[in-house]
Design a protein around this ligand. Structure first.
Ligand SMILES: Cc1cc2nc3c(=O)[nH]c(=O)nc-3n(C[C@H](O)[C@H](O)[C@H](O)COP(=O)(O)OP(=O)(O)OC[C@H]3O[C@@H](n4cnc5c(N)ncnc54)[C@H](O)[C@@H]3O)c2cc1C
Ligand SMILES: NC(=O)c1ccc[n+]([C@@H]2O[C@H](COP(=O)([O-])OP(=O)(O)OC[C@H]3O[C@@H](n4cnc5c(N)ncnc54)[C@H](O)[C@@H]3O)[C@@H](O)[C@H]2O)c1
Length: 483
């Protein structure tokens, strides 16, 4: 890097990464491992939304809620769990996992891999160029020899409802960083954030009302939402489906918030949390300088090169490409694109055929996802509806978990459901869904089967240990053979 004048520097790097969330960090790591020089630009905290206001704090907070629910399902243990959650300690646990919102450790890690970290807001300034307006007023003008990787993530998308600004709603931010429990909390939206936040805050002692337009977890098999709704209701939450918020008011900033609903009713709460989806963080990153539309999701090819930009230099990874808004999927894209960038930089061939080294094929066929609700909901690949919609000839196989002795021993009265969607033409799995206590750790077996396109004839020989929850596989495969 060279100093050009006071407070201004310039630098040439092989790769410039915009955004140091989990995805930006991973592409930087892979590019560095290939011997490329890397600049990483971050405007807030190194580690991104995932580390500080999404995956990590939400799971740190949810774990005690679910651990207690699990213990209460085991006779003998249930009698030992008589008190309420110690919310002070739950919040302290969360604070440890987010290192008190101090990113020193992650910033050190960026330096330890040999990348340069620029703190400030990054913008593309034409082909292969990035400017950084530093937090300290410094201005950096960077040039990329080979690639610019956009990994700026996403933020909450709030609906345009009268009074929403006055209401000062929680989003994933306060939903994960609050250290006080509102007595009454309304959660709007029944996607992943909505169901996890409802589970979490009801578990911590709020009286939660969950407002959902259609059904819970609409992208999963419908039994997932049904089982979670039932258990949220049993935990004391109110789940209202088929309802929309039409207005909000909070005349006294320190007072309650009132929501008006499309059925004419009103609802008063101490806080309202909107979990109504995400918007790409691409509004102010200079997309117009390379012919793209600011504020849009970025379409990419299988190596994560952005469509419509000449010269094979601009990549978009993670939430911004809208393929699968999940940390593990974004990191997979980062590993794959990092290797593709290195191959292109060295003039080596790029293996972008399906399932090739530089192709993100799993994005289309085998995206795993777990919602840490009670019960947990875990799925990979296509749901039955998605599979038939895509034109596959399928057989849908359903089994209740209590068929498996392992599940019964895991939790008295184990309640859960499993489904596999079989491609009848190839006799491989297109998708698998598990809903039940402890199923999150079962999902990877299904991911291996779906991504590996393991023939069912062979899968029969993958034996689950007795007595584990995994025995559900035996019952799924037996039901398929019987059908
Ligand atoms: C409540 C919640 C819970 C979730 N739980 C899970 C989960 O359990 N598992 C899972 O897989 N996924 C989960 N997700 C999704 C997950 O958080 C995202 O998929 C993931 O954070 C995406 O990573 P990313 O690196 O693309 O973006 P981010 O984590 O959003 O990081 C982007 C980074 O870029 C920076 N940035 C943005 N613009 C600029 C700019 N112009 N200049 C410099 N820096 C910039 C940001 O400050 C940020 O640090 C959850 C999401 C939410 C909201
Ligand atoms: N454990 C996990 O892996 C995990 C947890 C949370 C979130 N995530 C990911 O983060 C992303 C964002 O999650 P999310 O739940 O914010 O988004 P989402 O898009 O999954 O769900 C948002 C929901 O809000 C509804 N909605 C939209 N506008 C509304 C309105 N005006 N009124 C009422 N409802 C409205 C939508 O119909 C949708 O069901 C998702 O892709 C999700 O997979 C992952």
């Amino acid at each position: 890097m060279s100093a050009t004048s006071d407070n201004q520097t310039g630098g040439i790097y092989d790769v410039i990464v915009l955004g140091a969330g989990p995805v930006g960090q991973n592409v930087a790591d892979h590019a560095r491992a290939a011997g490329l020089s890397v600049a990483v630009v971050e405007r807030e905290l190194v580690g991104g939304e995932c580390s500080y206001w999404a995956c990590v704090p939400s799971k740190a907070l949810l774990r005690p809620v679910i651990a207690v629910a699990d213990a209460r399902r085991v006779d003998g243990a249930r009698q030992a769990v008589t008190g309420r959650l110690d919310t002070g300690r739950v919040f302290a646990r969360r604070n440890r996992y987010v290192t008190d919102w101090d990113d020193t450790g992650q910033a050190e890690w960026v330096k330890s891999i040999g990348a340069d970290l620029f703190r400030g807001h990054g913008r593309i300034a034409g082909p292969r160029r990035v400017t950084v307006t530093g937090d300290d007023g410094a201005h950096h003008s960077l040039t990329a020899r080979h690639a610019v990787a956009i990994a700026t993530g996403s933020g909450p998308a709030l609906p345009d409802i009268p009074g929403i600004e006055e209401a000062r709603p929680w989003t994933n931010r306060h939903g994960t960083d609050s250290s006080s429990v509102p007595a009454r909390l309304v959660v709007v939206g029944g996607g992943g954030v909505g169901v996890e936040m409802a589970t979490l805050w009801q578990g911590l002692g709020s009286q939660v009302t969950l407002l959902v337009r259609r059904r819970l977890l609409p992208r999963m098999e419908s039994f997932a939402g049904e089982l979670i709704e039932r258990s949220l209701t049993e935990a004391g939450a109110e789940v209202r489906t088929g309802v929309q918020v039409t207005g909000l008011r909070r005349p006294d900033p320190a007072g309650p918030v009132t929501l008006t609903l499309d059925d004419g009713g009103e609802l008063e709460a101490d806080e309202v949390l909107f979990a109504t989806g995400r918007a790409p963080a691409t509004g102010d990153i200079g997309l117009d300088t390379v012919g793209l539309t600011p504020g849009s999701w970025l379409d990419v090819d299988t190596t994560c090169l952005v469509d419509g930009v000449d010269g094979d230099w601009l990549y978009a990874l993670g939430d911004v490409n809208h393929r699968a808004l999940l940390t593990h999927q974004g990191k997979y894209q980062a590993r794959t694109a990092g290797d593709a960038i290195a191959a292109r930089a060295a003039g080596r061939p790029v293996d972008d055929a399906p399932w090739g080294d530089h192709a993100t094929t799993a994005d289309q066929h085998a995206v795993p996802q777990v919602f840490f609700t009670d019960p947990e909901a875990a799925a990979v690949g296509l749901s039955a509806e998605q599979a038939t919609g895509a034109g596959h000839r399928v057989q849908v196989v359903d089994v209740e978990f209590d068929a498996a002795q392992g599940a019964k021993l895991y939790a008295d009265g184990y309640r859960g459901h499993a489904r596999m969607v079989v491609d009848l033409d190839r006799e491989v799995l297109l998708g698998v869904t598990f809903v039940g206590p402890g199923v999150s750790e079962l999902l990877h077996s299904a991911t291996v089967a779906v991504a590996g396109e393991v023939p069912l004839k062979r899968l029969r020989h993958a034996i689950a240990c007795f007595p584990t929850v995994s025995e559900i596989w035996l019952f799924l495969l037996a039901a398929y053979r019987r059908d």
